[in-house]
Write a protein that binds this ligand. Structure first.
Ligand SMILES: Cc1cc2nc3c(=O)[nH]c(=O)nc-3n(C[C@H](O)[C@H](O)[C@H](O)COP(=O)(O)OP(=O)(O)OC[C@H]3O[C@@H](n4cnc5c(N)ncnc54)[C@H](O)[C@@H]3O)c2cc1C
Length: 499
């Protein structure tokens, strides 16, 4: 990253200390922690940075109340300490937010168990930031919330981010320490060779293939991990989808956790980048992982049912949804065929044929996951691993020469030409969808895929990236098609049957 694409021939000239496969948050974290320690490290991403699960999360940098409720104190504590660290180191990009957990008569958990859980939650994070809101206070903060058997709510804090910008920020930081990352480079094969590995790569922008050399390889390929691990399959792919909703139709100020009327699952409704976000679902995803994940008509129906039961006067429908997004969670399977929502969300690191695979876990704990992978690969020893786990390790250096929006997720205007220019100059945009769906989220946040904005961005993009008119038209068509197929609003199965 930082605007310069390297030919595969030049990458093949080097004997890398480490090649990282996968440009999601886990790969980005490994790149940064290895580069920070002086290793020559290269990250290769088959599509775009954060194109996988890391652009499709619930955007929460959090301890996770569900983990504490499941008795997973270790995961909760680690996540909370990382949350606090990220809030401090990346102000603007990781921001504290108020969360509300409405309480209803006869529904578990009631006020006292929630109070105890939140006391422990805050204690583990080293803060004190929870309180009780009575029914009237809650309805004042969340007008329109179904008031039936509502008794009040517990209010507490966690944090929100833009997951894509977080990945990009971690890669930019790694680049400042000498790490190299290249998108649209698919690793086809890895095999032991001499003292290290031969890694066969195709650059998808040129279709050129080359073999690179590295002393170590870490596969941080998330839901694709079983392809490289060489071991028995361990990943259970679970799909989670979100809706991005017109904020005028469903305005919320805080992150609400509400229970789905069908199955009692908790679902978040929260304000994000000026729209209202609703999610997630949690379903097995047996589909081909080479095809981009997309929300199904049933999932949209399920999330609409949730909103219309929790906000009975809103009567939300498909016309109110700007876009959808679906991510595949790389859950390390228990193998017990349990309910998807009950599978543990911890990460795992394992190695076969000398290649270390890391998968599962959370956005929030990327730094700790990276350290575990580096320890397993032998690039750090256990003393360095232990030191790294301490939150006193040196952190992110502010980017002083970039517009503020590079380090902020609550952009007043993501279409700001200065911000767009920085991205075009520094953040390796290859396709229009990289810019509209990941570097910015304009394609998700605006009605009709942000079509109205494309004309005003056209000249700036064409002149910076050297695209002629025909190339622009091709990129525009490609972007709108991707949006419609994978980020659009699929019809209800009932409508599809009629159609
Ligand atoms: C619906 C949902 C909500 C979530 N919400 C939260 C949340 O709020 N907070 C939180 O902390 N966590 C959350 N998570 C979990 C978190 O998003 C994931 O744990 C995390 O993004 C996984 O990152 P990753 O880098 O391991 O995988 P990915 O982001 O999927 O990255 C793997 C990358 O590897 C690439 N790749 C695969 N094969 C190759 C190859 N052959 N060559 C090169 N590259 C390859 C892929 O293209 C992909 O980009 C959520 C997950 C889901 C699904």
């Amino acid at each position: 990253m930082l605007g310069k694409r390297h030919s595969l021939d030049s990458l093949a000239d080097e004997n890398w200390d480490l090649i990282v496969i996968g440009g999601g948050i886990t790969g980005a974290g490994v790149l940064l922690e290895a580069a920070r320690r002086g290793h020559r490290v290269l990250l290769l991403e088959q599509t775009d940075f954060a194109w996988g699960t890391s652009s499709r999360s619930s955007k929460m940098v959090h301890g996770g109340l569900r983990y504490i409720a499941q008795g997973d104190i270790r995961l909760t504590r680690h996540s909370l300490l990382e949350r606090e660290r990220l809030i401090e180191e990346l102000p603007g990009l990781v921001e504290r937010a108020t969360y509300l957990f409405p309480l209803r008569k006869g529904v578990f958990p009631g006020r006292l168990p929630m109070k105890a859980i939140l006391w422990l939650y805050d204690f583990l994070a080293g803060i004190r930031d929870h309180r009780y809101l009575n029914r009237e206070q809650l309805l004042e903060r969340v007008p329109g919330l179904n008031s039936q058997s509502l008794t009040g709510a517990m209010s507490y804090t966690d944090a929100l981010t833009d997951d894509c910008r977080l990945v990009v920020r971690v890669i930019l930081e790694a680049a400042r320490h000498g790490g190299l990352a290249q998108n649209y480079c698919r690793v086809e094969q890895t095999e032991p060779s001499g003292e290290g590995y031969a890694v066969t790569v195709t650059d998808r922008t040129t279709e050129q293939t080359a073999t690179l050399r590295a002393r170590r390889v870490i596969s941080a390929t998330g839901a694709w991990a079983d392809r490289f691990s060489g071991s028995d399959p361990r990943v259970r792919p679970l799909r989670g989808s979100h809706l991005f909703v017109n904020p005028e139709r469903l305005p919320v100020k805080d992150c609400l956790t509400v229970m789905h009327p069908d199955d009692g699952r908790p679902v978040f409704v929260f304000p994000w980048e000026g729209v209202t976000c609703v999610g997630t679902t949690d379903l097995d995803h047996p589909q081909d992982m080479d095809i981009e994940a997309a929300a199904s008509g049933q999932e949209v129906d399920y999330l609409l049912r949730l909103i219309n039961s929790q906000f009975p006067k809103v009567d939300l429908n498909r016309d109110d949804i700007y876009s959808t997004i679906a991510g595949v969670r790389p859950v390390i399977a228990s193998g017990k065929g349990m309910d998807p929502s009950k599978e543990r969300r911890d990460h795992a690191v394992w190695g076969e044929n000398g290649i270390v695979t890391v998968s599962g876990g959370k956005l929030t704990t990327f730094r700790l996951i990276a350290l575990d992978a580096l320890l397993a690969s032998g690039l750090i020893d256990s003393a360095a691993h232990k030191r790294g786990q301490k939150t006193t390790e040196p952190g992110f250096i502010p980017i002083s020469d970039a517009p503020q929006a590079v380090d902020a997720f609550l952009h007043a205007n993501q279409g700001d030409p200065v911000f767009i220019q920085w991205i075009l100059d520094n953040e390796d945009v290859v396709h229009l969808d990289d810019l509209m769906l990941r570097r910015t989220r304009l394609g998700l946040l605006l009605p009709e895929a942000g079509k109205g904005l494309l004309d005003s961005l056209r000249q700036q993009i064409q002149s910076t990236l050297g695209w002629d008119d025909a190339y622009w038209e091709e990129e525009r068509r490609r972007y709108l098609e991707i949006h419609q197929r994978y980020y659009g609003v699929p019809a209800s199965p009932a409508q599809q049957a009629v159609g």
